[in-house]
Design a binder for this molecule. Sequence first.
Ligand code: UDP
Length: 239
Amino acid sequence: ATSDTTYNRVMLKISGEALMGDAGFGLHPPTVERIAKEVKSVHDMGVEICMVIGGGNIFRGLQGSAQGMERTTADYMGMLATVMNALAMQSALEGLGIHTRVISAIPMDQVCEPYIRRRAVRHLEKKRVCIFAAGTGNPYFTTDTAATLRANEMRCEAIFKGTKVDGVYDKDPAKHSDAQRYDKISYDEVLQKHLGVMDASAIALARDNHLPIVVFSLDEPGGFRGILAGDGTHTIVHD
Ligand code: UDP
């Protein structure tokens, strides 16, 4: 990386909903492009970038199962949704001239690469953005857990969780004007207070491997680059 940042390799986790813009469902290509530009600005710093994108803008397993679908089938549909989002992001990034690979936990050779750890590491070394799709490949998990798993496997220095708010608050800042943002908070406190940064299995996996989670606002233009350069409000979840 350049002298602008201390990070060499990071994981960016965004929810599927981040790609839908103001639409209530699916993909909004101008929003995908806006986020791709945020990623490019960090790529331009020389940082190696992994991405995991959720699928909630298209399908969530839990919602499907609540409506009577078999849970694991519904989860596979959710995983497939993440592949669509990954392909949309790949298209937007490549439109900006950035080489990318979509790497799926569930092999689908005509569409993208299968996940092979050493191969993914090599892509990162060659400065290709790696978008990890299909979650962990297992039902009953979330893409937050997938992001934490891949971040550990790729030896990322931190997970950057881009959200609608600029950090972790003691209560929902959209509902309570007196909500307080944490600058730093421990994994255990996040779990005890059910702060909803990520699901509990993702937090525990990060904690057990001392992987910091940086929560920041994806709505802030230039926000991702700013956080990597050491400014901009955020919350860091750590030991
Ligand atoms: N999913 C899964 N295993 C995984 C990751 C995801 O079964 O390892 C399914 C699950 O049904 C989930 C859906 O994919 O609801 C979409 O992922 P997620 O809800 O994490 O997306 P986000 O909320 O980040 O958009």
